[in-house]
Design a protein around this ligand. Sequence first.
Ligand code: B1M
Length: 214
Amino acid sequence: MAVDLQALAESIIKGKKGPAVEMTQQAIDEGVDPQTIINQGLIGGMAVVGEKFKNNEFYVPEVLIAARAMKECMGILKPLLAESGVKPVGIVVIGTVKGDLHDIGKNLVAMMLQGNGFEVIDLGVDVAPEKFIDAAKENKAELVALSALLTTTMPGMKQTLDAFEAAGVRSSLKVMVGGAPVTQKFSDEIGADGYAPDAASAVDLAKSLIGVAA
Ligand code: B1M
């Protein structure tokens, strides 16, 4: 029987990694286009997860479990995508700013972006401005996503923006910021291109910043 991509989406929503991987493999074996598997199965599922998270029907653990299932399926599909030359929705460099070791929220944002078709270059935590610049240049990223969880490291966002300016790359990049102490007001004050309060909104913001329909 042909694989049902709606059932694949359901298994992502429920975070059932085993069945999700099996269905992904079955779809590949049946010759379904990898992009269709991603769009209808994986992204379809993660979009529902994002909505449920926004509406407080899902909490962090459910999102993490769903994202892990999605990541596992992406692992099987990635080599096929590279072969077929399918382009990601956008390329984003993400990291937690210098001096800050919190990464749970940043990882969630990274996984949601990946689940929605972005290629994500995750630089981890305690990331110096120069590292963001190098990674953005190297990967030809159109978007940089900065996370901070400490009031003492929030100024690191402004320092990163200043470093982009000094390196002459600020105008070729969109920069979004987020993290528990960060606000829209702070984002405006430091001249970032956008602020998102949570991982699901971060996906919507990322798409709008690079001009992709939500
Ligand atoms: Co830390 N810590 N911590 N901590 N820690 C907080 C942030 C704190 C509020 C706790 C408190 O005092 N009530 C406080 C900060 C106070 C302040 O600055 N105002 C604090 C402190 C003080 C510290 C230390 C200084 C403690 C010490 O050593 N004295 C130290 C600092 C270390 C350092 O970074 N240099 C420290 C250390 C740690 C641990 C290592 C123990 C651990 C981190 C483990 C890890 O991340 N791997 C930790 C944790 C777990 C927390 C709390 C309890 C939880 C943070 C978290 O993961 N939340 C936190 C208190 C709290 O928030 N209740 C606290 C869950 C996560 C899903 O939410 O990260 O907000 P969050 O991400 C959300 C949104 O903010 C948003 O989307 C996510 C999902 O919706 N988002 C973005 C995040 N990044 C985004 C980027 C975007 C868009 C949206 O676009 C780019």
